[in-house]
Design a protein around this ligand. Structure first.
Ligand SMILES: Cc1cc2nc3c(=O)[nH]c(=O)nc-3n(C[C@H](O)[C@H](O)[C@H](O)COP(=O)(O)OP(=O)(O)OC[C@H]3O[C@@H](n4cnc5c(N)ncnc54)[C@H](O)[C@@H]3O)c2cc1C
Length: 267
């Protein structure tokens, strides 16, 4: 069965689904493809969210242990691993279903299946039901944290450090928008929102600091500026097109500011 689409986004991780939502908001017809049941990618299914759900439990156990110093002593914890896994899975299911609903609301055509590129403007998707769908045109390449890329290159592939040149392009750092009443409530009482918030705090910046500590000797240009003015306040849920265009311009300016360095670096 052949289908046409203006944009096909392969991979529904945070990079892919954000790109798909943005394109849909701009009025484009978008197909988002992933092997998982819902969008979410490594971050929601296997990375940030499940690890933070478990870290939260570990923190509670750790704090309870240390409470003896303050005169409050608990017994040794009894850990029901299956229940713990079910709790972690519950958080993952809730958040990925939530992103799935947002995709529907934005009229993004989400296709569950494994995609194979068949040409510069076409790909086929083997769906969960065993059907083969051919999609024509478009595509995005989602980002990957530089930290892992360098670790892969040096640790796993044993590439010599002196052969590496890394260009790391971020989205920039912006002030947090003032939360509405609903968001204030969600941040105070909803564990899933608190976990997501925590995930975003341990974000690209900390990953980049870790890169500097571990791989400071690897030649790198990082393009990701800080915009402190309150009117630049934004987050991943930003949907004001005027502001998104402004952010896009700021991204272009950041890039232009490093263009000469980049040319020299890549020569
Ligand atoms: C344990 C762990 C903890 C982490 N914690 C944090 C954290 O606290 N904060 C943070 O900022 N980041 C964290 N990360 C990193 C974060 O998960 C990644 O940066 C993020 O997921 C990258 O998003 P992405 O959209 O680029 O790609 P991914 O999330 O990798 O998404 C790619 C998607 O493409 C799909 N796909 C691939 N090939 C095909 C195909 N042929 N057909 C269909 N679908 C396909 C995959 O199923 C996947 O869903 C963590 C990662 C790990 C592993």
């Amino acid at each position: 069965m052949a289908q046409t689409t203006q944009i096909a986004v392969l991979g529904a991780g945070p990079g892919g689904y954000a790109a798909a939502f943005y394109a849909a908001d701009l009025g484009m017809q978008v197909t988002l493809i992933d092997v998982e049941k819902n969008p979410g990618g490594v971050c929601l299914y296997r990375g940030c969210i499940p690890s933070k759900a478990l870290l939260h439990v570990a923190k509670v156990v750790d704090e309870a242990t240390h409470a003896s110093k303050w005169g409050v002593t608990y017994g040794a914890p009894s850990i029901d691993v299956d229940k713990l896994r079910a709790y972690k899975q519950g958080v993952v299911d809730k958040l990925t279903a939530g992103v799935g609903s947002v995709a529907k609301l934005r009229k993004v055509n989400f296709v569950q299946g494994r995609a194979t590129l068949t040409g510069p403007k076409s790909l086929t998707v083997k769906t969960a039901a065993g059907n083969e769908v051919e999609l024509v045109d478009g595509g995005y390449c989602a980002n990957n944290p530089t930290l892992y890329a360098i670790a892969d290159a040096t640790g796993s592939l044993h590439k010599p450090v002196e052969d590496l040149r890394v260009v790391s392009i971020g989205v920039g750092t912006y002030p947090e928008p003032k939360p509405g009443l609903m968001m204030l409530f969600a941040k105070k009482y909803l564990l899933s929102v608190q976990l997501l918030q925590k995930t975003l705090e341990i974000n690209t910046q900390s990953m980049d600091q870790l890169r500097t500590i571990l791989f400071g000797h690897v030649a790198t240009i990082r393009i990701s500026d800080t915009f402190e003015k309150p009117e630049m306040a934004t987050d991943l849920m930003e949907h004001d097109l005027k502001k998104l265009n402004l952010l896009h311009q700021r991204g272009g300016d950041s890039f232009a500011g490093r263009e000469a360095d980049l040319a020299a670096f890549l020569r």
